[in-house]
Design a protein around this ligand. Sequence first.
Ligand SMILES: Nc1ncnc2c1ncn2[C@@H]1O[C@H](COP(=O)(O)OP(=O)(O)OP(=O)(O)O)[C@@H](O)[C@H]1O
Length: 362
Amino acid sequence: MTGPDVTGPDVTGADVTGADVTGADVTGADVTGAEPLLRVRDLRIAGQDTELVRGLSFEVDRGETLAVVGESGAGKSLTARAVLGLTPPGLRVSGSVRMDGQEFRGAPERLYRRIRGRLVAFVPQDALSVLSPVHTVGDQLALAARSVRRLSRRAAGERAVAALERAGIPDAARRARAYPHEFSGGMRQRVVIAMATVNDPALIVADEPTTALDPVTQDRILRMLVEPREGTRPAMLLVTHDLAVAAAHADRVLVMYAGRFVESGPVGPVLRRPRAPYTGGLVASLPGQLATGRRLPSIGGSPPRPGALPSGCAFAPRCPAAADECRVREPQPREAGDGRLVACHRLVDLPDPVTGLFKERV
Ligand SMILES: Nc1ncnc2c1ncn2[C@@H]1O[C@H](COP(=O)(O)OP(=O)(O)OP(=O)(O)O)[C@@H](O)[C@H]1O
């Protein structure tokens, strides 16, 4: 199925200028093996009279973790939800969301229900809330397995136990008959991982799944979510406000600001040598920078409300490098080498990295 918007002009829209991004396969209906697992093009999510996500394009390859970072309100969660077909009611979504070569944006809910679990699984912010208190853990896992596969009760039960075992729950066959409240906090988290992985999804969408947990537990859960199964590692779209989590778990990072694309690329280079001033500001305010004895720099001000965006680049009012052009036109993503895309008018004349711009700010 190929939605009309895949071939429409919106998909190759003006805000994606890099040759790789508008590559030949963007408009082609032919799906080749080279297509990434997830390809989002010109995603727009609008409320009553404000655009909340504004023309976002990105890709996630098989087995790769992409962290989506940015301050509160950047549109990270809405983007994740749009990928899952779970955008809150009342919001309008346009653009293209292709998974495994198939267009899903605008697909009927019954199609999305089928792919959620089988192709893509969701681990929400309040991950523990996905567990029902009135059913045994084994029944819940078996139900999740049967919702996407034709399985006998027995086979689904076996799949449930195998998922619990893989998630590190000892004596899984017996524990499958217990209710969530009978598990300790740590074991309940493992049950959630079993739920997310019971159908071997190719992509896991995780929205700040571990924010409330201590760093060691956080680290373990994120690793377990993408543990290879039968030699294949699931891909992950990881929404986080924590750059340290992104650095530890992601292969690539996508930085968002006020619903827009700011910068993307391999996580090490982007965080070590940010090129967009906004990324530079985020990196400069990492607590780790304190260890060097510098004052903690920060980006002055706060992000604009969706209904009160400035003209031009939304970051310009907070940007120490903003020029006249920045207050007039929104920058489009441009190739910046090393698999990097950067949306900044001043890309070519700013220091590389841009972190220094923020050193003297408090
Ligand atoms: N259902 C909704 N109706 C109207 N506006 C919404 C709705 N959901 C989110 N928004 C607005 O959309 C913008 C982006 O929200 P989103 O939750 O995606 O941000 P975020 O980057 O995930 O932030 P956080 O890190 O705080 O979760 C915010 O301004 C938010 O207030």
